[in-house]
Design a protein around this ligand. Structure first.
Ligand code: AMP
Length: 591
């Protein structure tokens, strides 16, 4: 099928052709004809990278009536990065559609500029929920003329706590509007939005529900928490041509891993919520230009990354929220390319593999971290190939050749080969000469019995709770909006490694944390005696987890002013959900 057969107008066809799109992607083929002509709502189950922006963007632009100078399309998306990316794409699609005005509104940028642009006249608003509400409240924008609302990455918006904001925005739109909802996964909350706000929607699915792109190879490697970095480095060193993203669960881990990679000579940098917007832009620019080979990022910071040629995605342990696995791995294999997703799984997280497999609808292949010899061999052959293929600039080196010949005159050809190879290669030999096998055997791993049939009666998720768990009398009302924030706090305060922690159950006033051997003791020794908001922190091994979870735990009333408020979340519009430690410290300072 061609774009022309989709009934797109000549202006749009010209823009699409200029962008080099040869034929519609699957979601475009399935969605565009209906979106152009029908008044029905749509639920699109599609990952980023499938061409979904054009799937909603092209019909939205074509349906804009430029004679009517009012907002007709509203696109809500979770982060600043994604907001800018969608706007850029839409502006490219609308290049020849004269009069179609598209404005991006997002946090972390001067609101006055955005107000000025809106006042000049706009047909399509692309906004993050927080800034959109701000502008609604200032009465700069009204949505009573909106005929199409697009909720992009709806699952992520809900993950980030924008549910209330989305509800408020949707209430400001007219009943007759069409709603097009796109989501990579379909958790209950997204289904609820679809049910509440949509009228008999037609569904377009690319791949299977909650699945990832077909052209991603999903692999996992089982290593101890303390060997995760070494495994990561081995995979990176083994793939000289890789261009990848490493996902970590906390900002601290992100920084640590990026620092270690840099110290070990790898071209890496970190992207996380502690960076200023200018720093984030600078890191992203380097990654886009491929000055960086490896970007180490938290889940949230990496949302909206629109880099097409990522070959590898690594997970430094599986994410706490299984849906995040789909988002993470979707950063590779974009726009029809293929890619590899490798999860470096510690025994404490091994049980999550099953959940991931269920989520993506296919098995993860167990792979071993390459051995030192494999890596040296791979690097050596890469270097030899480079020497073989290099274009010699005879003119450029001519003035130096006589001196070079003189310096090397006593060496045989074999000597010279050995020495040239060693110049580049000694680094790898030195790193890996004593490198042993760091792989764990799944069959011997006490932490993965359910793959061998030993499933716990209560199912996969609960079987994780069989490992040791500690009870901590700290929870959401202390300002921890998510598990990552609490984990960051515990790591910072006690010096434990994020990878040595298993399942975290974060409740309002207390938390249970699954821990590896020795880690519980370390947490107990280092955290007891500390305090949070003038209250002693208490950590102990969980004795009766079920009773505790069902209400036996320490109860404290939810104080007003909890940071889990809509207004606070709004300040996170810049794509930084993981403001945990910082928010926590700031609040303590204020009190
Ligand atoms: P998206 O899923 O919207 O983030 O799109 C992923 C990438 O694919 C973007 O860089 C788009 O510009 C590109 N793209 C979208 N549609 C097509 C198409 N039909 N052919 C080639 N590339 C496309």
């Amino acid at each position: 099928m061609t774009f022309k057969e989709l009934d797109l107008n000549a202006n749009i066809l010209r823009a699409v052709e200029e962008l080099g799109f040869e034929k519609p992607s699957e979601i475009q083929e399935k969605a565009i004809p209906t979106l152009l002509t029908s008044e029905r709502d749509l639920v699109g189950l599609a990952q980023t990278g499938t061409g979904k922006t054009a799937a909603f963007g092209l019909p939205l632009i074509q349906n804009i009536d430029t004679e009517f100078r009012a907002i007709q399309g509203l696109i809500l998306c979770p982060t600043r990065e994604l907001c800018m990316q969608i706007t850029k794409e839409l502006q490219a699609y609308a290049k020849y559609s004269e009069g179609v005005k598209i404005v991006a509104v997002y946090g972390g940028a001067a609101i006055s500029d955005q107000i000025r642009q809106i006042k000049k006249g706009v047909n399509i608003i692309v906004g993050t929920p927080g800034r959109t509400i701000d502008l609604m409240e200032r009465k700069v924008m009204k949505f009573d003329t909106v005929s199409t609302v697009v909720l992009d990455e709806a699952d992520e918006m809900l993950n980030m706590g924008f549910k209330e904001d989305i509800n408020r925005i949707l209430k400001g739109t007219p009943a007759f509007k069409k709603t097009w909802l796109f989501s990579a996964t379909m958790p209950k909350e997204v289904e609820r939005i679809a049910k509440n706000y949509m009228d008999d929607p037609f569904t377009v699915t690319v791949g299977t529900k909650n699945s990832s792109a077909a052209n991603i190879e999903h692999k996992y490697c089982l290593v101890k928490g303390r060997d995760q970095y070494h495994a990561l480095r081995r995979f990176i060193d083994y793939s000289p041509e890789m261009f990848g993203i490493v996902f970590c669960r906390t900002r601290r881990e992100t920084k640590e891993i990026a620092d270690r990679l840099m110290a070990d000579g790898c071209n890496a940098d970190a992207l996380h919520g502690d960076l200023s917007q200018a720093q984030r832009d600078s890191v992203m620019n380097k990654f886009r230009k491929r000055t960086l080979k490896v970007l180490v990022a938290t889940d949230v910071a990496a949302r909206g990354i629109d880099v097409d040629d990522v070959t590898h995605v690594f997970h430094v342990d599986l994410p706490d929220e299984i849906e995040s696995y789909t988002h993470r791995s979707g950063r590779t294999a974009r726009a029809g390319k293929s890619g590899v997703s490798i999860a470096l799984v510690s025994p404490a997280k091994a049980r999550r593999i099953k959940l991931v497999e269920k989520q993506i609808g296919k098995p993860l292949e167990l792979v071993k971290a390459p051995s030192g010899q494999d890596i040296c061999g791979m690097q050596l052959m890469k270097m030899i190939k480079n020497v073989h293929d290099v274009e010699v600039n005879e003119k450029g080196i001519a003035p130096f050749l006589a001196q070079i010949h003189e310096e090397l005159k006593d060496f045989s050809k074999e000597d010279i080969i050995e020495r040239f190879v060693s110049v580049e290669f000694n680094r790898f030999l030195k790193t890996y000469e004593k490198a042993g096998d760091i792989n764990l055997e799944p069959s011997k791993s006490k932490d993965r019995p359910e793959r061998d049939g030993g499933r716990n009666r209560r199912g996969d998720r609960d079987s994780e709770q069989n490992s040791k768990r500690v009870f901590i009398n700290v929870g959401k009302i202390d300002g921890f909006e998510n598990k990552g924030q609490l984990l960051g706090f515990l790591c910072n305060q006690s010096g434990i490694d994020g990878g040595s922690v298993g399942k975290i159950d974060l409740f309002d006033s207390f938390t249970f944390v699954g821990v590896e051997d020795g880690v519980g003791e370390k947490l107990i020794n280092s955290m007891n005696g500390k305090n949070i908001e003038n209250r002693d922190i208490r950590v102990e091994f969980s004795k009766d987890k079920l009773r505790n979870e069902r209400g036996g735990g320490e109860r404290r009333s939810t104080r007003s002013g909890s940071v889990n408020s809509s207004a606070n979340r709004r300040s996170n519009d810049r794509g930084s959900r993981e403001g945990g430690d910082r928010n926590f410290k700031e609040r303590r300072k204020r009190r």
